[in-house]
Design a protein around this ligand. Structure first.
Ligand SMILES: Cc1cc2nc3c(=O)[nH]c(=O)nc-3n(C[C@H](O)[C@H](O)[C@H](O)COP(=O)(O)OP(=O)(O)OC[C@H]3O[C@@H](n4cnc5c(N)ncnc54)[C@H](O)[C@@H]3O)c2cc1C
Length: 306
């Protein structure tokens, strides 16, 4: 179905299947896909983007739900934050549901989608640290019915890109059947973009703790050494409990890995032995961010283990 948006004289195509959407993009290379439009239309309205046409993804029912496949959930890219925030989804992937519930005010959560959050790849995208910790992959639809699968982290790191006329169809997420958490700091009351966020997932089958920190760098950061260290402390066959000091040490470890000390200046004196844990050279704002990340990681781990 093709209409013309009166205001901008753009061509708007509304396909009903992924392959139709890919074909529409291939036929109109200057067009861009639009899902909820919460990011895209903001860019259009502010004059940053003038797409020659739009391919709306809102009528593609196959990407608006989820299905089970080999111990994984195949999440449609068109799932809205509001849908992912509901209890049935939270029972499946609790950390992603928590991130969805935190993703902006209700009108944004009603329209904004998982696929849009990933493709926009903003540092403050709330789903992104969760997907990084879950080691999720993307199933991308291309011309001629082609499908390819890449790790979400490769797209976020710029190691792989969407090729012309490709569309993100699904996100494959392992079902871990274990606690997982997402926490976000906004620096204000009520909905807001993250100043820092942390996702922690337990993977008992692999005896792993996986953590990703969002909003402090262009893409979510995985503190791999801290993950391995804390996983080694957990009695996986027992109660999986950890003393509060271990959770606190994990928080510090994560924060130091994600917000490292600046390199020492030439000619600066060696730090004194037994000095404080916080290096004096860190500017106050960075120190505050590091403390925020430490608190988020400590609490996220504590809640996952509780
Ligand atoms: C006021 C406000 C507050 C917000 N607060 C938050 C927040 O707290 N946390 C947060 O994470 N985000 C927030 N956002 C950002 C936004 O709502 C999310 O990133 C949302 O998930 C984007 O989804 P969308 O469907 O609206 O994407 P769209 O705007 O439709 O698309 C975004 C980009 O992705 C592309 N795209 C979309 N779907 C696909 C697909 N399936 N395949 C290929 N390309 C695709 C589009 O071409 C476009 O480039 C906020 C936005 C606003 C305006």
């Amino acid at each position: 179905m093709t209409t013309h948006a009166a205001q901008t004289a753009q061509t708007v195509t509304l396909p009903v299947s992924l392959d139709e959407a890919v074909a529409a993009l291939a036929a109109m290379p200057a067009a861009v896909p639009v899902a909820g439009g919460t990011d895209l239309m903001t860019a259009v309205n502010s004059g940053l983007l003038r797409p020659a046409g739009l391919v709306g993804l809102g009528r593609i029912s196959e990407i608006r739900g989820w299905q089970y496949q080999d111990g994984h959930a195949l999440l449609g890219a068109g799932l809205t934050h509001a849908r992912m925030g509901r209890p049935d989804f939270a029972a499946l992937i609790p950390a992603l549901a928590a991130a969805a519930r935190a993703a902006g005010p209700p009108q944004i959560r009603n329209a904004g989608t998982l696929g849009g959050n990933i493709v926009t790849a903003a540092p403050t995208g709330d789903a992104l640290p969760v997907l990084a910790a879950l080691e999720a992959t993307l199933i991308i639809a291309g011309p001629g019915g082609a499908r390819r699968e890449i790790p979400v982290s490769h797209l976020l790191a710029g190691m792989e890109m969407l090729r012309p006329s490709e569309i993100v169809g699904f996100v494959r997420v392992p079902l871990l059947h274990a606690p997982q958490t997402f926490l976000k700091a906004t620096g204000r009351t009520g909905p807001g973009r993250a100043t820092a966020s942390a996702a922690v997932v337990l993977d008992p089958a692999r005896r792993e703790v996986r953590c990703a920190v969002g909003a402090v760098a262009p893409m979510p950061l995985r503190p791999l050494e801290a993950e391995r260290w804390v996983a080694g402390l957990i009695d996986w066959d027992g109660d999986r409990g950890l003393p509060p000091e271990a959770c606190a040490a994990f928080g510090e470890y994560v924060a130091a890995a994600c917000i490292p000390d600046p390199p020492p200046e030439m000619g600066s004196p060696m730090p004194e032995a037994g000095g404080g844990a916080e290096p004096a050279a860190l500017p106050p704002a960075v120190l505050h961010l590091r403390r925020t990340v430490a608190a988020l990681a400590r609490r996220a781990l504590g809640r996952a283990l509780a």
